[in-house]
Ligand binder design. Structure first.
Ligand SMILES: NC(=O)c1ccc[n+]([C@@H]2O[C@H](COP(=O)([O-])OP(=O)(O)OC[C@H]3O[C@@H](n4cnc5c(N)ncnc54)[C@H](O)[C@@H]3O)[C@@H](O)[C@H]2O)c1
Length: 255
């Protein structure tokens, strides 16, 4: 049976991380050749080796997603290895190292860091990717948001809200040229970084949050996000544009 992403080339930024590795595998298992791009070079190499060991197509690239030249080199690496680029998953980000205190009291440098890494990187990598995608008639861009963006307090939430605004703006700008640009807003997901940021599963803090999720399994592994990822990445999702898909078990339940 033909896979939905056969002959497609994808980049997953933050591909060495907890969610990024799962995204990369899911895309590769659907037939895509995947560039695992991360500033953690050893982690990216390890993740790519696991995929190639299973007969999947993957390479690792070291990138700093905040640096335009580095992002351009990442895209060039995709072209050199696999002949072009079709899918960009802007997943790299930081959570636990951002201050959770009052934004009236945090140093302004932290504001810059949060916005630069979590939101600015989406623009930097998209700007690097779009020319290569245009060579193949357009592309699919999927940005990693967070349901944290729907709450106030702290810089992480603010930075992820900017991702949604960027998503809508890019979708409007690029849609007619054969692109779709969407975001995924995950709720609580079990990764090491997620535990550092939102508490371990045995912590009161995390359990209280899980109690507010109307789902049989309220605290999930990254594979809970794969359905949304593949819908947005595949031809089946090509009329979905400018949207944020919330994948949080119904905690952000809106009429
Ligand atoms: N885990 C959760 O509960 C959760 C929930 C909602 C959203 N998210 C978002 O999902 C994404 C992945 O989260 P995760 O839990 O897998 O975290 P993670 O720390 O495991 O993965 C993030 C990856 O991004 C990389 N990275 C960070 N800064 C970078 C930079 N400047 N250049 C290149 N790579 C960089 C890191 O090296 C890391 O491998 C993040 O954007 C996060 O905000 C996570």
């Amino acid at each position: 049976m033909t896979k939905s992403l056969e002959n497609k080339v994808a980049i997953v930024t933050g591909g060495a991380g907890g969610i990024g590795q799962v995204y990369a595998r899911a895309l590769a298992e659907e037939g895509a050749a995947v560039v695992i791009a991360d500033m953690n070079e050893a982690g990216a190499k390890d993740a790519a080796a696991k995929l190639t060991a299973d007969g999947l197509k993957a390479i690792a690239v070291k990138v700093d997603v905040t640096d335009p030249e580095s992002a351009k080199a990442m895209v060039q690496a995709a072209k050199d290895a696999f002949g072009g680029l079709d899918i960009l998953v802007n997943n790299a980000g930081i959570m636990s190292t951002l201050p959770k205190g009052k934004i009236t009291e945090i140093p302004a440098s932290e504001w810059e860091r949060a916005l630069k890494i979590n939101a600015g990187s989406v623009l930097v990598c998209t700007q690097a990717a779009v020319p290569a995608m245009r060579e193949r008639g357009g592309g699919t861009i999927i940005n990693q948001g967070s349901t944290a963006a729907f709450e106030t307090g702290g810089l992480y939430r603010l930075s992820k809200h900017a991702v949604f605004s960027l998503t809508a703006t890019l979708a409007a700008e690029l849609g007619r040229d054969g692109f779709t640009v969407n975001a995924i807003a995950p709720g609580m997901i079990q990764t090491e970084e997620g535990f550092r940021s939102a508490g371990t599963p045995d912590s009161e803090r995390r359990q209280a949050r899980a109690a507010g999720v109307p789902n049989k399994t309220p605290d999930r592994q990254p594979d809970a996000l794969v359905g949304a990822l593949l819908l947005l990445a595949s031809p089946a999702g090509d009329y979905i544009n400018g949207q944020t898909i919330i994948v949080d078990g119904g905690r952000n339940n809106r009429l």
